[in-house]
Ligand binder design. Sequence first.
Ligand code: URA
Length: 241
Amino acid sequence: MKIRLDKYLADMGCGTRSELKKEIRRGNVTVNGVPVKSPETKIDTETDKTVFRGQTVIYEQYEYFMLNKPAGVVSATSDRCEQTVTELIRDSKREDLFPAGRLDKDTEGLLLITNDGELAHRLLSPRKHIDKVYFARIEGMVTQEDADLFARGVDIGDEKKTLPADLRICSSGAISEITLTIREGRFHQVKRMFQAVGKRVIYLKRIRMGSLCLDESLKPGEYRKLTEEEVVELCSQGKKL
Ligand code: URA
């Protein structure tokens, strides 16, 4: 890919476009060992070696972070009142990160933060039926009848019933613990499914999305870059389905 030198450096978090234009004109940037003073110069992101103030700047078109979303933070890029999930990612190069999907403010767990719009679109497309797995604590006794109903599809007040979902009961009592695999992403879906059987979700955490599993070593609010294998698998899964 070929892009302008000032954009190349701005995308990699070296400064604003106007600051970088000045830096380039001052001769603080070399490309393949030669000072380049024109910000419009096209850089080949694959082959050119760009050095800014003595540091080689490698271009990354996309960034992928796995966030363990904490409760109390909203799944948005900006908000006038609330802290957002992208504000938790402090060492990204790119300014154009967004959450691939939404978790409610009180939901914890796996959220992919990226600037790869194509991948996000594939993962979130209702036609792809990507698995989303949640762990939840439920007020009330969750039963096999609930599991059977969820497997057939449940009326949550939308035009259509939910798609078959896989409810596993880990423990059942006054407070039950379950995992639920759904293949859609309707608004408040897990909470509404339990509401439909007269029960209330009191804790909700997403633990998997497609091939991507939450790294349990991440505490709420912590994040890490996806490994190359995780990215490859996630990208190929979206394409296969
Ligand atoms: N279902 C919900 O009810 N809430 C979420 O945050 C995610 C799925």
